[in-house]
Design a protein around this ligand. Structure first.
Ligand SMILES: O=C(O)CCC(=O)C(=O)O
Length: 322
């Protein structure tokens, strides 16, 4: 379903757009089932390693990760960074329903973005509460001008209480980054987030994006947004996916492999090989985990490349160029 010209203009003007009822049950249910299976494996691994006292197998998908996190509060973040992309999610990411809209934003040559996440935001967990930021601030300076639209897909109806997103309407322009800071210096030392101070947010209405399941929030890479704290008793599951043009820098060179090619203007029948890409991404992840005998269940997220961009203390410690 292509957007009307007015809706595309709205995205360009506001830096975000909620498209209601874009996805049907049959688009989302396979993804939800796939994630439930991944949580099952994950719980078993944590249980075998003595990190949790039960696998909480009787729980439903909207309470199970909360029970796991009550034993091991880093579990949701570890799930987010360590779980491979499954075929159902890969299919949704490369589906016409999303790509037809993305093509209206960046044109007909499309590659997946290198960063994607499945986020189990459990209640009252500071490590899953995402402060104000622009996605482009997490990239190297040379990638920050790459158009990289994202979409954020809740897997249940979301409200402010459940920890939905807030955005600053129009805050994506003029292009560039507000000053970002490293959250671990002022909050939980395990945090991997950057944050913008309230006083540095660009002017604009703060919009709280309460959404029904099936709706999709598209975000410009420069629009400031945050994910509210989950004050409910349920797990707020959501997925974020990105795209860009294959000729632009990712801003993650040397850190993550490029995302999969999804569309080609010169080859209209092009079909992405998502399974091959998912295997290659996994190989890279395994190499990274094995580096320096890392514990695969250590949830610490190495944000050294973007910390170094924003904080001189991390430039010194990583030896990275300013
Ligand atoms: O899911 C959330 O709460 C935050 C998501 C977010 O900040 C992002 O997708 O960039």
């Amino acid at each position: 379903m292509a957007l009307s010209a007015a809706r595309v203009s709205q995205y360009k003007r506001d830096g975000f757009l909620i498209v209601e009822d874009l996805l049907r049950e049959r688009d989302l249910e396979p993804v939800i089932d796939e994630i439930a299976g991944q949580v099952d494996n994950f719980a078993q691994t944590l249980f075998n390693a003595g990190k949790i006292s039960s696998t909480y197998a009787g729980r439903d998908p909207y309470t199970r990760m909360a029970a796991i996190a009550a034993d091991f509060d880093e579990a949701p973040g570890l799930f987010q960074v360590s779980t491979p992309m499954g075929p159902a999610l890969a299919k949704l990411w490369s589906s016409a329903v999303l790509l037809d809209i993305v093509a209206q934003f960046i044109g007909p040559d499309i590659e997946g973005g290198a960063i994607w996440n499945v986020r189990p935001k459990v209640p009252e967990n500071a490590l899953m509460t995402v402060p104000w930021h622009q996605d482009s601030a997490y990239l190297a300076a040379e990638g920050q001008y790459t158009p990289q639209p994202a979409c954020w897909i809740p897997l249940l109806d979301v409200t402010a209480e459940l920890g939905c997103l807030q955005v600053v309407r129009g805050g994506h322009s003029p292009i560039g980054n507000a000053p970002h800071h490293v959250e671990k210096k002022v909050a939980d030392p395990r945090s991997w987030y950057l944050y913008i101070r309230e006083e540095d947010l660009p002017p604009g209405e703060v919009v709280t994006c309460e959404m029904r399941k099936g709706s999709v929030l598209f975000l410009n890479e420069n629009v400031p947004h945050c994910g509210l704290r989950n004050r409910s008793s349920r797990v707020r599951w959501a997925i974020d996916l990105r795209w860009q043009r294959p000729t632009d820098p990712t801003g993650l060179e040397g850190v993550l492999i490029r995302g999969p090619r999804m569309r080609s203007a010169s080859e209209p029948g092009f079909r992405p090989d998502m399974a091959r890409w998912a295997r290659e991404e996994r190989e890279k992840y395994d190499e990274w985990v094995k580096r320096g005998d890392r514990d695969p269940l250590d949830p610490a997220i190495d944000g050294s490349w973007y910390f170094a961009r924003w904080d001189p203390d991390f430039r010194r410690s990583s030896g990275a160029a300013a």
